[in-house]
Write a protein that binds this ligand. Sequence first.
Ligand SMILES: [Zn+2]
Length: 99
Amino acid sequence: MFKCAWCMKKIPEDQPLSAINVRFVEGVDYKDVEGEIIQVYLKSRNTSVPMIVTTEDSEAKKHGQDGLFAVCDHKCGDKMKAALAKEVDTFKNFLDAEL
Ligand SMILES: [Zn+2]
C-alpha cells in the first residue's frame, strides 16, 4: 500500500492513485535501489518522504522519469510540487503523472 508523500496518509487500494513524476538532476543516481520505495530528504520540509524509484526498463523511465511520488489527491499533489520546486539540488523537473 502506498502512502501519500505529502500528508503520509495511507492511500486505499481502491482509490485512484495520483502521483508526481520527477526527474533527477545530473549526478543524482538511485540505480542501486531501482523499483524500491526510498526515503528522500526534502530540505524545505525538514523531513524525508517516500519516493518510488522507477526501474530501467519501465515505461516511466522511457519517458525520462526517474522517480514517482504517490499522493492521495490533487491538493497534496500541488503542495508536493511546490515543495519539489525548492529542491533544485535533487530534482530538475516534476509533473503530474498519467496513471
Ligand atoms: Zn495526501
